[in-house]
Design a protein around this ligand. Structure first.
Ligand SMILES: Cc1ncc(COP(=O)(O)O)c(C=O)c1O
Length: 465
């Protein structure tokens, strides 16, 4: 394990202090005790720089989020202006502020389908919990309080709260904590390459998966199923784009059984797939959707939950009994977050970020597809500016690496030495660079990746049989 520690081994070095005091999320604690942090000091454009002065292309925009890169002054100035005027106020108990109202109006005008209202939260996971509670209250308001179960999909990532982790289809999110909660059911991931049967066409695969969801609803009882939750394109599960027609087929089932579609647009919202919304890219028509991350280009934690007028009206009815919609957070509708999000959206529109993403996406995939002949590359997949390269010991025979080798992690670490931050998801290497990335920067990113891949391959050879 290579320690990545800034210079200075004295007890005041950031690495030593971090190891002593700081408990990291989504990090192997024992590994961290040995290798310490990568402490980032500054950023500019698509680059970040660590405290030792090493520069990296941030091929993941942080956590799929810093879509305008790491030095967008307009966002910083928007935050400053709003903080000078009103640094905090809340939105509980009828309170409001002007940037929050303007952001709600802006989001409703941009929504992928007509929506009724927007509720603000701080993080993606809070937004996921909010959508589930809205779905429960929606059915309750319509006299169907028994409709509570939520269908999710294997490999989904929906966050780290108790419900977010339960909905996630990633065993590591659950095993330590005795999750998932009861009432969560996982269906097959719509990844044709991995889950398709020999000779099965994408259309047949899609029909089989829609039938599976209908069978789950029949087995559980339609009067017990509230909703299905779905990322339009899977992110943390390995960048998986469903086959064409998947959402149309699934939504036909949902309509038959009065089951809502909750769209997790936390990664896919605001241009990541080449449209404003991933739902537009994959033909989904959500009843409730949550966006976060690129909503503020990650410069301020803010997430937005949008629901149809029908959902809002029914939840309002259901809330009459308690006399309040008893949900929300201290930082719901933070005015600084709203001001930053408004400025981010202005920038996306002024710079026509969608046209840019589509243009450079073609360049990214041309470069990634050129790697298909590489002896370890089994699949290249993705859309817009989210992509993954699946690595295998023998791609032709579909032989994976031995899990203990953690080959993806070796590539991730090697890439750091080549000045590139990517993310290993198992043995798939994910890319989700800032949306502002240029074609020349994509070329650099891919050159560094190819060099890292070859170096990691040399390290891992001879591969265990
Ligand atoms: C698709 C998706 N859903 C939910 C979440 C959870 O968001 P947060 O980490 O802001 O709680 C994430 C975070 O990466 C995500 O990628």
């Amino acid at each position: 394990m290579t320690p990545i520690d800034p210079p200075g081994s004295g007890e005041n070095s950031i690495g030593v202090r971090d190891r002593a005091a700081h408990w990291h999320p989504h990090t192997d604690p024992r590994r961290h005790e040995q290798m310490g942090p990568i402490a980032i000091a500054r950023g500019d454009g698509v680059h970040v720089e660590d405290m030792a002065g090493r520069r990296y292309i941030e091929g993941m925009a942080g956590l799929w989020c810093a879509s305008l890169g790491f030095s967008e002054k307009r966002l910083i100035e928007a935050a400053q202006r709003q903080a000078m005027a009103l640094p905090f106020y809340h939105t509980a108990n009828h309170r409001s502020s002007s940037p929050v109202v303007e952001l709600a109006e802006t989001l409703l005008a941009m929504a992928p389908r007509p929506m009724g209202k927007v509720l603000f939260v701080t993080t993606g996971s809070e937004g996921i919990d909010t959508m589930v509670k809205m779905a429960w209250a929606y059915h309750r308001g319509r006299g169907k309080p028994g409709k509570r179960k939520i269908i999710s999909r294997n490999r989904a990532y929906h966050g780290a709260t108790v419900m977010g982790a339960s909905l996630s289809g990633i065993p590591a999110m659950q095993s330590t904590f005795g999750l998932p909660l009861p009432g969560v059911i996982h269906a097959t991931c719509p990844h044709h390459w991995r889950e398709g049967r020999p000779g099965e066409s994408e259309a047949a695969f899609t029909a089989r998966l829609a039938a599976e969801i209908e069978a789950i609803i029949a087995r559980e009882g339609a009067d017990t199923v509230a909703a299905i939750i779905a990322e339009p394109v899977f992110a943390g599960g390995g960048v998986i784009v469903p086959p064409a027609g998947y959402f149309e087929a699934v939504q036909a089932v949902l309509r038959r059984h009065d089951v809502l579609l909750l769209a997790d647009e936390i990664v896919t919202g605001f241009g990541r797939t080449g449209n404003w919304w991933g739902s537009q890219t994959v033909g989904a028509v959500p009843d409730i959707l949550v966006s976060a991350k690129a909503l503020s280009s990650a410069y301020f934690p803010i997430a937005a939950v949008m629901a149809t007028e029908a959902v809002y009206q029914s939840v309002a009815e259901a809330s009459a009994e308690a006399g309040v919609f008893a949900h929300g957070f201290t930082f719901s509708g933070h005015p600084v977050g709203a001001a930053v999000a408004l400025e981010a959206i202005r920038i996306y529109q002024e710079r026509d970020i969608l046209a840019h993403v589509r243009r450079v996406s073609a360049h990214l995939f041309a470069g990634l597809n050129a790697l298909r002949g590489h002896p370890l590359v089994a699949e290249v997949r993705g859309i817009g500016l989210m992509a993954a390269v699946e690595l295998m010991a023998d791609p032709d025979a579909r032989t994976p690496f031995p899990p203990a080798l953690k080959f993806g992690r070796i590539v991730e670490q090697t890439a750091l030495r080549h000045g590139l931050i990517v993310r290993a998801i198992g043995d798939a290497i994910a890319f989700a660079p800032p949306l502002i990335i240029t074609e020349a920067e994509i070329d650099q990113m891919l050159a560094r990746f190819a060099a890292a891949l070859d170096e990691a391959m040399a390290q891992a050879r001879p591969l265990p049989a």
